[in-house]
Design a binder for this molecule. Structure first.
Ligand code: IPD
Ligand code: CA
Ligand code: CA
Length: 267
């Protein structure tokens, strides 16, 4: 195993176990608002610090980008760790047991290793570029759907960008006439891992941040998924707008996205 994956797993397990333990004592969870419908808790921040401390012990010179402000400009600018210490904060705050820790390592702009940990189910999703994706050491493959007939699609409502509500609902409406059903789980990182596992057949969401998708992207890709932005290109880490499925699944989803997307979504 790549030594950086080893450290990523150690950090993700440590942070995930801290998050799960915090749910046992909800009185101690303090939530503050950082944007429109956007919350952060003391537990997000504590988890991020645990991850950063673990990385720095082994790789003091690496750069780190953490969602909750724990970014570090290291001497070695070739390597960048991208961390979402708690993906699914709204679920966590409600006690809805579905969230994850997401850690990716990018080297010279390419994601090399990734892990997403679900502490409630003790499920560890991992990937190494060119070596496949695993769930607790079992190899993952996407469901190679040919069309949307019978497909279950995951998505996320643009709750932080309500200006896109109308277009989003139209896209979902179009897709719903063709697919079987939708899931809105509340953790984009796990949505991509569930795609990798064949638990859902496709995923699309807009307005995502690099830490939401950096790790899940490699895991889904190594399990055979195709990922594009809303224009069918590969700028999803920058635009935050992502479609993921089999090649034919992506084509079918994109058809509806293109029909109803507003101009801002296609950039
Ligand atoms: C959120 C989750 C959610 C997605 C949001 C993300 P957070 O991340 O991934 O599923 O719909 O767009 O921001 O804020 O819980 O880390
Ligand atoms: Ca997130
Ligand atoms: Ca988060």
């Amino acid at each position: 195993m790549h030594p950086m994956l080893n450290i990523a797993i150690r950090a993700a397990r440590m942070a995930g176990n801290h998050i799960a333990k915090s749910l046992e004592n909800t009185d101690k969870i303090e939530s503050t608002q950082k944007g429109q419908n956007d919350f952060v808790t003391n537990v997000d921040r504590e988890a991020e610090q645990l991850i950063i401390d673990t990385i720095k012990k082994s790789y003091p010179d690496h750069c780190i980008v953490g969602e909750e402000g724990g970014s570090i400009q290291g001497k070695d600018t070739d390597v960048q760790w991208i961390i979402d210490p708690l993906d699914g904060t709204n679920n966590f705050v409600k006690g809805f047991p579905h969230f994850s820790v997401s850690i990716a390592v990018r080297m010279r702009g390419k994601t090399e290793v990734a892990c997403v940990y679900d502490p409630i189910r003790n499920e560890l999703f991992t990937a190494q570029r060119g070596s496949g994706a695993q769930l607790n050491n079992a190899r993952l493959r996407i469901n190679p759907i040919k069309d949307l007939n019978g497909a279950i699609l995951a998505t996320g409502f643009p709750f932080k960008q309500k200006q896109h509500a109308e277009s989003f609902v139209k896209i979902v409406g179009g897709l719903f006439t063709e697919c079987s059903d939708f899931r809105r789980t509340g953790s984009a990182a796990l949505d991509l891992c569930y795609l990798a596992s064949g638990r859902v057949d496709g995923f699309f969401e807009l307005g995502l941040k690099p830490w939401d998708i950096a790790a899940g992207e490699l895991i889904a890709r190594e399990a055979g998924a195709i990922l594009t932005d809303f224009s069918g290109n590969t700028n999803y880490l920058t635009s935050g707008n992502l479609v993921a499925s089999s090649a034919r699944g992506v084509k079918s989803i994109l058809k509806h996205v293109r029909e109803h997307a507003n101009e801002g979504m296609l950039k």
